[in-house]
Write a new protein. Structure first.
Length: 277
C-alpha cells in the first residue's frame, strides 16, 4: 500500500503537489521589478516630495569588486543647530497637504530647498518642520522617524529610526534631544493653508545651506573608520577558510585544500575506495 501511495501516487497526493508547484512557479513575480516598471508606483519611492532630485548623503567606496556606502562617520555633528540665529525668516511653500495622511501615528515627507534637506511632519492635524539630518551619525533620515507624544506633558517628538535619538518638535524645547545632550536639531514653524500647500518659515537659501547643506554634512570615507581592517589583515595573512588555512587539512595526514586540488587536476589523486576521481 505504501508503494502504491508513494511511488504510484494512488491517492493523487504527488499530482496535487506538482500542480501547486506549477501554479507557484507560474504566478511568481518580483515586486520590486513591477514597481520599477510602473511609473506611478515608482513615484512613491522618490527621495523628496517637492522635487525629482536625488542626493547622495554617504560617499560610496569600492571594495572587493563591489560598491557599498562608507561606514558611519567617527564624529557626530556637534553644531548648535537649535540655537542658530537666522537673519530673517520667510514663509515658503514646500509640500502639498494632500501628500500627508491623517494617521494616528503621524505622517511625514522629506523636502529639499537649495542644498538643504528638511523633514515635515503632520501629527494630529498640526504641522512641524525640522532638519532632515540626525546629528548623531549625520544620517538624513528624520522624516522616516517614529512619532511619539506625551499627553500629560504635551510633548511631541520624533525618534531617529537609526539610533533612537528623540527630538522635540514643538514648545520651548523644540529641537532638544531628550536622550543625548550632545545632539540637537533646528526646527521651523510650519502650517497648512487654504491653497492646499504646506508652508515652512525659513531663512534665505544661502544662509540655510551654510548651516545645513547636504554637501557640508555628507559622510565621506576619510571621516569614517573601517571596523574590520584588522580582521581583513589577519585573514589575508593567514589565508583562512573557516577555522583552518588553505594550506592546512582538516584530516590527519591530509594534503590540504590546494594540494589536493592540484593532485586531482594532475590526475594523481584517488578517492577513498581507490577509484579515480
Amino acid at each position: 500500500y505504501l508503494r502504491e501511495v508513494i511511488l504510484e501516487d494512488k491517492l493523487g497526493i504527488c499530482g496535487d503537489l506538482e500542480k501547486q508547484m506549477e501554479d507557484l512557479v507560474g504566478t511568481f513575480f518580483c515586486e520590486w521589478t513591477e514597481v520599477i516598471k510602473n511609473p506611478e508606483k515608482r513615484a512613491l519611492f522618490a527621495q523628496f516630495a517637492n522635487t525629482k532630485d536625488a542626493v547622495e548623503t554617504v560617499e560610496a567606496i569600492h571594495e572587493r569588486g563591489q560598491t557599498r556606502p562608507t561606514y558611519w562617520a567617527k564624529e557626530s555633528a556637534h553644531d548648535d543647530f537649535r540655537g542658530t540665529k537666522w537673519s530673517a525668516l520667510a514663509w515658503q511653500p514646500l509640500a502639498k497637504t494632500a501628500d500627508f495622511a491623517d494617521s494616528a501615528t503621524g505622517s511625514s515627507q522629506a523636502v529639499k530647498r537649495g542644498d538643504t534637506q528638511l523633514a515635515i511632519f503632520k501629527v494630529k492635524g498640526d504641522f512641524y518642520a525640522t532638519q532632515q539630518m540626525c546629528p548623531h551619525k549625520r544620517a538624513f533620515v528624520l522624516s522616516d522617524g517614529l512619532i511619539g507624544d506625551d499627553v500629560a506633558s504635551g510633548k511631541t517628538w520624533v525618534s531617529c529610526p537609526m539610533h533612537k535619538r528623540n527630538y522635540e518638535l514643538a514648545g520651548a524645547h523644540a529641537g532638544k534631544c531628550g536622550n543625548d545632550d550632545a545632539a540637537n536639531i533646528a526646527t521651523f514653524p510650519a502650517e497648512a493653508r487654504d491653497d492646499g500647500l504646506v508652508y515652512v518659515k525659513l531663512p534665505p537659501v544661502d544662509e540655510l545651506d551654510a548651516v545645513l547643506g547636504t554637501a557640508k554634512w555628507v559622510v565621506r570615507a576619510s571621516e569614517s573608520e573601517d571596523p574590520y581592517v584588522q580582521l581583513d589583515k589577519k585573514l589575508t595573512r593567514l589565508q583562512l577558510k573557516g577555522r583552518k588555512g588553505l594550506q592546512a587539512s582538516h584530516l590527519p595526514n591530509g594534503k590540504g585544500e590546494r594540494a589536493a586540488a592540484n593532485a586531482i587536476l594532475a590526475g594523481g589523486e584517488r578517492a577513498a575506495a581507490g577509484m579515480d576521481w
